[in-house]
Design a protein around this ligand. Structure first.
Ligand code: ATP
Ligand code: MG
Length: 900
């Protein structure tokens, strides 16, 4: 039996033998593309080739691509774990032809690989072809059907509808019919029992008759008005689910029974002490879901689902952390957080894991996949730490949510109701990450139901809010110069800040009622936002007009210039001029991040790995892996090293279009999770050498000066340094100087400022002590006078007085009086401090036991006269209030209440 690793290799070998260039997987997490957060298909990284903005050579390529389908157009998250063939993260094997072979070649190669090389049984294979769409005027894909007929009998070719068999990149852009290959993997017994042919089960959600490979034939371009035009270059784009192929090759009936997942599942069993049932085991004991008999053992089915969920999500979360995307509360980070929380929830509810669990599986994952994906091995410590921290914090949230739910159920019980309302269920979901099924489960265990309909209404409302906030409308590109919308733009920004140019194309973009235009030029010095460095701004000028460029983004390998208004004559020639003050400041900051990266590695160690950066004209931010706070001494050392390199005024040593492997040999640092082309740019400043496409200072001296302004934690194991350079440092220095001057002025410009401040503090402390002493003496004296002046009513000493005094001193005084009086005592003090009245009652114990008095009750009653309230013990109580004028009446009231 072939192992998963052998199957992966055989795919690459086969397509290599068909003259395909074998290329690396792009990162799973996509940076610098506003339209897509995660790679969800092999073709994502070729989007710009397909759109015609990148050189298609080599025209034949193949790879295995890490994909994640948890958001946007492809979202399989809710299926994962419940079925046995959808994953969040999976590998997609693919082969491409960019204007080389088309339908016949793709079909022949797919067939040859599956049947001749891998020896899958042709009798179990079915293929689909697009049935056509009369309203769009697209005929059936007879061409594909004809080529399939060379390999399979007619009854294995099935017509498919637009949903399954017409592929589109998005609302607009390349599209075309596709052909899927499905495998009937039922056991002979299942086939016999079902009475249905494989053909009848294709695309019917049968867990044993599933799609493994999709061959897409891109031949159209969809425009914004919905119409189709012919694509200038036909493209073959295929995708085959690796885990599904492995399952077919290993004769399994669930992806989770293959060697891709079994080691992880075994680790889960070891930790939880629970058992996972494979398909065969379920068959043997009659609990197989496919036979509809699993109802007998719902608990076991839940354990199975939970183990699949955890095994799957572990991969997705670990790979994304390795790719540089940590869980967070926004965008891609939030998606990862939700996946992780889903796993925690299943482990918590169905596997009895009340403490962190997933992080314990990381060693197994790294052991199994670390050779094929070295990024996992290199970052095992970080992955473990981040997952554990996320688990711990979510488990705390779960606890909070559960107690909130308990309280809600108590209230319902008190009201005699038995249904939790949907708004509350939604709040649990929204703030505590409690999905409806968990809320329902807990409610059900306590005899309650949940208003599901209302929950869905709330959910819908939120989705609409999100949609409205994010809505962006793009018009079609309007071609001005060049021959098509695909004409390429030349980037000259490494060498120039001004350049003659024409507008190639433009389009209007509407975002939240905001309107602007995007321009693509034939040649541009403008750097589009990428790799953490913000885009350039500047102007387009000619004799007739000046158009302000407010920002530059990067899309499909092109700089896209953002302008508020179009030129009157878009076809005219312009000079594109970058705002060089801002550009130079950004460049200096970018170069400084390289030096910072280098210095951190020298001073903290090799584990330091860049985890994100932000470079603008004003500031720079650098995130990196490090497991503790960087000390002040270390920061100072880093600053000294960077500033030293600045003073050496090292010139930039730049290499463009270096083949990737050669760049590695130069010693350049590549980042995990970053996408690099076949040819890369290497930027070196002395010992610092990095892969980088950004704009840099021509020499380090231009940075001027480097100063760290903060060091903090962004997530478990990730630190952030913020720093300033050049002019910003100068400003910083002035601010500090001004502040120091102001402080000195307070102290009459004393020479020894520190000494003077220290003396002031010492004086202040000793004066405070002295005052406290005086106050204690005053209380002592007051106690003495008040006791001397006390009246006696029926054998009870009554001390009553209204005096100015702080609340703390009043309490002190009351206790002193009690200590000074031997017999029965009733002491009532009305004190005031800054117009705030306070009433204190102190009694001897016999007043409580023999006279039946209660100071707490008395103070509450009397405090009404000072518009206040309070309470306390039976023998001592205090109340504050608002009305000072009522104090003496309140004191009298207490004595009246005592009824001596
Ligand atoms: P399905 O209908 O099974 O969800 P799909 O139509 O979404 O598949 P494609 O977008 O055509 O699939 O992707 C190409 C191939 O990738 C599929 O044939 C399948 O083998 C694999 N694949 C798709 N989604 C997943 C997933 N969530 N997990 C594992 N493999 C997948
Ligand atoms: Mg799908």
């Amino acid at each position: 039996m072939m192992t998963a690793n052998e199957i992966r290799d055989s795919f690459k070998k086969f397509f290599e033998s068909k003259q395909h260039a074998i290329v690396p997987s792009a990162p799973m997490v996509i940076k610098d593309d506003p339209t897509l957060m995660f790679t969800n298909a092999g073709m994502n990284q070729w989007k710009d080739i397909i759109l015609g903005t990148r050189d298609p050579e080599p025209r034949r390529r193949a790879d295995t691509q890490k994909c994640l389908r948890v958001s946007g157009k492809h979202n399989d998250l809710e299926e994962v774990g419940h079925d046995t063939y959808h994953h969040t993260m999976f590998e997609m094997l693919g082969n491409w032809s960019f204007g080389d072979y088309f339908k016949e070649g793709a079909i022949d190669m797919a067939w040859e690989y599956l049947v001749d090389v891998l020896k899958l049984n042709p009798a179990d294979l079915y293929v689909t072809v697009f049935e056509g769409s009369p309203e769009e005027n697209i005929p059936r894909d007879d061409e594909a059907a004809k080529y399939w007929a060379k390999h399979v009998p007619e009854d294995h070719i099935i017509n498919g509808n637009k949903h399954d068999n017409f592929w589109e990149m998005g609302d607009t852009g390349p599209c075309g019919p596709c052909s899927e290959i499905h495998v009937d993997s039922r056991t002979p017994e299942q086939k016999a029992a079902s009475g249905k042919t494989g053909r009848e089960l294709v695309n019917q959600d049968d867990p044993q008759v599933i799609e493994i490979w999709n061959l897409v034939f891109m031949q159209f371009n969809r425009k914004a008005d919905g119409s189709l035009e012919k694509l200038s270059m036909n493209v073959i784009d295929t995708g085959m689910g690796f885990e599904r192929l492995v399952r077919m090759m290993q004769g399994k009936h669930s992806n989770y029974d293959t060697d891709v997942f079994q080691p992880i599942i075994k680790a889960e069993q070891d930790i939880t002490g629970l058992k996972y049932f494979t398909f065969e085991e379920e068959e043997a004991n009659g609990t197989n879901k496919a036979n509809g008999t699993n109802k007998a053992n719902e608990t076991q089915e839940q354990i199975n689902v939970a183990m699949r969920v955890c095994a799957d999500h572990l991969r997705a979360v670990s790979f994304s952390i390795a790719d540089g995307q940590l869980p967070s509360n926004a965008k891609a980070g939030y998606v990862i957080r939700r996946i992780l929380r889903r796993a925690v929830r299943y482990a918590y509810t169905f596997l009895g894991q009340k403490d962190g669990f997933l992080y314990k599986l990381v060693p197994t994952l790294v052991h199994e996949m670390g050779d094929a994906f070295p990024e996992l091995k290199a970052q095992q410590q970080l992955i473990t730490k981040v997952i554990k921290e996320e688990e711990d914090s979510f488990l705390r949230t779960l606890d909070k949510g559960i107690s909130m739910l308990d309280k809600a159920m108590d209230e319902l019980k008190a009201q005699g109701k038995n249904q939790l309302d949907g708004v509350q269920a939604f709040r649990l979901f929204d703030t505590y990450g409690f999905p409806l099924d968990l809320t329902e489960l807990i409610c059900r265990e306590n005899g309650f139901t949940v208003d599901e309909e209302q929950f869905n209404v709330e959910m819908q409302k939120q989705k609409e809010r999100a949609r409205n906030a994010a809505a962006v409308e793009n018009s079609d590109w309007v071609t001005v110069a060049g021959d098509s919308v695909a004409s390429e733009q030349q980037f000259v920004g490494y060498d120039y800040t001004e350049y003659n140019c024409h507008i190639l194309r433009y389009r209007k973009v509407t975002q939240k009622k905001n309107e602007f235009y995007e321009l693509v030029l034939d040649a541009t010095p403008f750097y589009g936002e990428m790799g953490g460095q913000v885009g350039d701004c500047g102007v387009l000028v000619n004799e007739d007009e000046t158009i302000e460029i407010i920002d530059t983004k990067r899309e499909n390998n092109q700089s896209v210039h953002i302008v508020k208004q179009l030129p009157k004559n878009p076809a005219a020639e312009f000079m594109a001029c970058v705002d060089t003050d801002k550009r130079n400041a950004s460049a200096a900051n970018h170069t400084a991040t390289h030096l910072l990266d280098y210095a951190l590695k020298q001073i903290l160690g090799d584990h330091v790995e860049q985890k994100g950066s932000f470079v603008s004209p004003d500031t720079l931010r650098f995130d990196f892996s490090h497991f503790e706070k960087v000390t002040d001494e270390q920061l100072r050392e880093v600053e000294r090293m960077v500033n030293d390199m600045i003073r050496q005024d090292i010139h930039i040593d730049e290499h463009r279009d270096v083949p990737f492997d050669e760049a590695k040999k130069l010693g350049a640092i590549a980042l995990f999770g970053e996408k690099y082309g076949d040819k890369v740019r290497v930027v070196r400043f002395g010992p610092s050498c990095e892969f980088c496409g950004g704009i840099h200072a021509s020499s380090t001296g231009r940075i001027g000066f480097f100063k760290i302004i903060s060091e903090s934690s962004v997530a478990a194991g990730i630190r952030r340094i913020e720093a300033r350079t050049g002019k910003e440092c100068e400003e910083l220095l002035y601010q500090t100087e001004d502040m120091l001057k102001a402080v000195k002025a307070f102290f009459n410009n004393a020479k020894d400022l520190q000494g003077v401040i220290k003396k002031y503090i010492e004086e202040h402390d000793s004066m405070k002590k002295e005052i406290e002493g005086f106050q204690a003496q005053a209380v002592e004296r007051a106690a003495k006078t008040l006791v001397e002046k006390a009246r006696e009513i029926n054998g009870v000493k009554v001390v009553a007085s209204v005096i100015p005094m702080s609340p703390a001193a009043a309490k002190d005084l009351a206790f002193k009086i009690r200590a000074a009086v031997e017999g029965s005592l009733l002491c009532v003090l009305g004190t005031h401090d800054n117009q705030k009245p306070q009433l204190s009652i102190m009694m001897s114990d016999d007043m409580v036991s023999d006279h039946g008095l209660n100071a707490g009750q008395m103070v509450r009653e009397a405090a009404k006269l000072i518009q206040g309230g309070g309470g306390g013990q039976p023998h001592f109580a205090q109340a504050g209030g608002k009305n000072v004028d009522g104090l003496s009446a309140a004191v009298d009231k207490v004595i009246e209440l005592a009824n001596l």
